[in-house]
Structure formats: structure tokens, C-alpha cells
Design a protein around this ligand. Structure first.
Ligand SMILES: [Zn+2]
Length: 226
């Protein structure tokens, strides 16, 4: 992945550094798990520890990173399968949207009761509010509440790297399913239009499944948003 750098103000240069990331496609239905890290101090954030904790640990080790936080885009079983194990192994706290508590805690709602090997009940260490900016390892990450796929879904925007992690809210030329508990198509489309498509058009979008995309591409070609 090429180095992500932009022109920064002097104030930003004090704390913001070069950011890079790696990812793995994990689990039975192929969920993207991202490791975002500060190249200067090797402090990292893991987004959606989907499954296969061993592979995630190897990814973190291969980048010589220290994991400082685990961010969940939402609570579906295929995004959280290795969260507890990775958190325990690294001592990194788990962050999730404040309206996602029930999804995370209830195996019927997070679909693990039906789909996973074991039911998953998860409680985050920190609950995130819409618009909150968290600073981890010198990286500033804005939490954008994007309900619709689930009620407490969060997208994570790294302004200084010009990237968005959209979970299962926005996909390349598609959107997430809304037929699961707490889902709503009208809310999903409203979230995307009012909160994601307003980001700079050259923002790269890294999704929960499948290929990455960009805000300008989705504005022009996403058939669910026209
Ligand atoms: Zn999902």
C-alpha cells in the first residue's frame, strides 16, 4: 500500500505523521480486516477483527506494530469473530458505536446464533458517539454514525490520510443489506448521502467486503444512491 501523505498545516505536522495500512480477508464470507498504523511509532488500530485471530496476530507482528485499539464498524458476527481474543492478547480496548450495544451483546441480532460456530456476546470497552474524534498513536480518526445496515454502525474517517472505512454501509457500487435486525434501507441511504458523500470526492473508501472505491465514484455510479 503506498504511503498516504497530504499537505498538512504546521499544527497538524506536530501530531500527524505518515500512515499506512495492511489488510486481510478473513472468515467464511470474506470480511476485510484492516490494520491502520503510524509508520513513525508503529502504533496501530485494527478495524473489524473478523475471524482467524492467528492471521491477525501475524499481520500485526509482520508490520512490527503495537496494537492500541480495536475499532468495530458494526456488530455482525463476521466482523467481530476474533475481537475478544485479539483484545485479550494485545490488551487493546474495543471501541464501537454507542447504539450498537444490543447488536454486539445479542447472538440473535449479531447473527452468530445462526451463522457462527459459537454464539458471540461482546461488550465494548469504549462506546463512540457520532462525530467524536479519537486520537490513537498520533492518528486522528473521526467516528461517523451511519445507521441503516445496523442501528449503531460506525464509519471511520481518517482525514489526514484521506481514507474512509465504511464497514457494510457503503460498498463499491453497492450498499449493505438491510434485511437483518435493526436494518433500514431508507436510513442507510440517508446515512450515506448525508454523512459520507459529503466527504472530499477524492476520499478512498475501504469497505467491509470486496473492493475499495472512492467517494466520487460512488456519487457517479452507485445505483442505490441515484
Ligand atoms: Zn454486516
Amino acid at each position: 500500500m503506498p504511503e498516504q501523505q497530504v499537505n498538512l498545516s504546521l499544527q497538524e505536522r506536530i501530531t500527524v505523521v505518515s500512515i499506512d495500512f495492511d489488510y486481510k480477508i478473513l472468515g467464511e464470507i470474506g470480511t476485510n480486516c484492516y490494520l491502520l498504523y503510524n509508520k513513525d511509532n508503529r502504533e496501530a488500530v485494527l478495524i473489524d477483527p473478523a475471524d482467524e485471530a492467528k492471521v491477525i496476530k501475524e499481520m500485526i507482528a509482520s508490520k512490527n506494530c503495537t496494537l492500541k485499539a480495536i475499532l468495530l464498524t458494526h456488530g455482525h458476527y463476521d466482523h467481530i469473530g476474533a475481537a475478544a481474543e485479539i483484545s485479550k492478547a494485545t490488551k487493546a480496548p474495543i471501541y464501537a458505536g454507542e447504539y450498537e450495544k444490543e447488536v454486539l451483546a445479542n447472538p440473535d441480532i449479531n447473527l452468530s446464533a445462526m451463522m457462527a460456530e459459537h454464539p458471540i456476546r461482546l461488550i465494548a470497552d469504549k462506546w463512540l458517539a457520532d462525530g467524536e474524534v479519537i486520537e490513537i498513536g498520533g492518528m486522528a480518526i473521526r467516528c461517523i454514525h451511519t445507521p441503516g445496515h445496523t442501528e449503531g454502525g460506525m464509519s471511520y474517517y481518517v482525514e489526514n490520510a484521506n481514507i474512509l472505512f465504511s464497514g457494510d454501509t457503503l460498498f463499491a457500487a453497492s450498499v449493505g443489506r438491510t434485511d437483518f435486525p435493526t436494518g433500514s434501507m431508507s436510513e442507510l441511504v440517508r446515512s450515506i448521502k448525508s454523512k459520507l458523500l459529503i466527504l472530499p470526492e477524492n476520499t478512498k473508501v475501504f469497505t467491509g467486503h470486496g473492493e475499495s472505491t472512492s467517494i466520487i465514484y460512488e456519487k457517479q455510479y452507485n445505483p442505490f444512491l441515484s
